[in-house]
Design a protein around this ligand. Structure first.
Ligand code: 5GP
Length: 188
């Protein structure tokens, strides 16, 4: 059976990853997004089953116990994980994109060494903080926690396959699309 390539995209909260990924998905319609499960409450703009499957801690821990995750991690006071069955089903059809942080990316690297790991960097720490605050959807204590974690996350970029800076949306989207085309054996 042919398997679609697995692309892992990581980047600190506020880097604009969501916007980049939406644009990438619009232009590469064969790419399927793996919808994670999380115990974090939904933001006003989010819908269950689209951005995430929003589940209780009890349900998430049941899923861990049943071995239902390809990878999972607890960060920012919540669990996040990739449901294995869903990811495998999508990979049977074509390339799949996972938006996960470095702890999860390390687990994917172990279980799927062929996965392509891409890290999105902000142009500066100041800009990251500005973007995170301007979203207006994250409480102040969460912002502090996310900025602290961002420093550690950015240090992890050294073991990723590619590092892309999101200074401006369009060049960043193009760079990610080029990487995907190249890794899928297509010329960009
Ligand atoms: P947010 O709460 O802002 O949606 O996501 C916070 C962080 O969790 C982001 O860095 C995102 O990449 C990461 N994340 C989302 N889904 C998963 C997942 O399934 N597994 C892991 N390990 N991280 C995830």
């Amino acid at each position: 059976m042919t398997q679609g390539k697995l692309f892992v995209i990581s980047g600190a909260s506020g880097v604009g990853k969501g916007t980049v990924l939406k644009e990438v998905m619009k232009r590469r319609t064969d790419l399927r997004f793996s919808v994670s499960a999380t115990t974090r409450p939904p933001r006003p703009s989010e819908a269950d089953g689209r951005e995430y499957y929003f589940v209780t801690r009890q349900r998430f821990e049941e899923m861990i116990g049943n071995g239902e995750f390809l990878e999972y991690d607890e960060h920012n006071s919540n669990y996040y994980g990739t449901p294995r069955a869903q990811a495998e089903e999508k990979m049977a059809k074509g390339p799949v994109l996972l938006d996960i942080e470095p702890m999860g990316a390390a687990q994917v690297r172990k279980s799927a060494p062929d996965a392509v790991l891409i890290f999105i960097m902000p142009p500066s720490m100041e800009e990251l903080e500005r973007r995170l605050r301007s979203r207006n959807d994250t409480p102040e204590d969460q912002i502090e926690m996310r900025l602290k974690r961002a420093v550690w996350e950015m240090e992890q970029r050294v073991w990723y396959d590619y590092v892309v800076v999101n200074a401006q949306l369009e060049p960043c989207v193009r760079e990610v699309l080029d990487i995907i085309a190249k890794e899928c054996g297509q010329t960009a």
